[in-house]
Design a protein. Structure first.
Length: 86
């Protein structure tokens, strides 16, 4: 049972989606690049689980800083808009 609920709670899902939406595009681009890079480097990944782990590791490693920056700038934009007197 929810005892305290405001309009901000209802908008919270849209705020979270707004912050994370651009990160999905960055990560999906790195995911597509991972297949090409891993196969170009000559790795023979016969096991599907090993190939998946290599792709995830590549994608996370190459998107970490970008995702952090896009999330921080989006968060700062939300905060500045929320505190703006206009």
């Amino acid at each position: 049972q929810i005892t305290y609920y405001t309009q901000l709670h209802g908008l919270l899902i849209f705020i979270i989606l707004g912050v994370g939406a651009d990160d999905v595009f960055v990560f999906s681009d790195a995911w597509r690049q991972a297949e090409d890079v891993i196969s170009a480097q000559g790795f023979k990944l016969n096991d599907k689980q090993e190939a998946l782990a290599a792709k995830v590791a590549y994608a996370y490693r190459h998107t970490l800083v970008t995702v952090l920056n896009t999330s921080l700038t989006t968060g700062v934009a939300f905060l500045s808009t929320a505190t703006s007197p206009i």
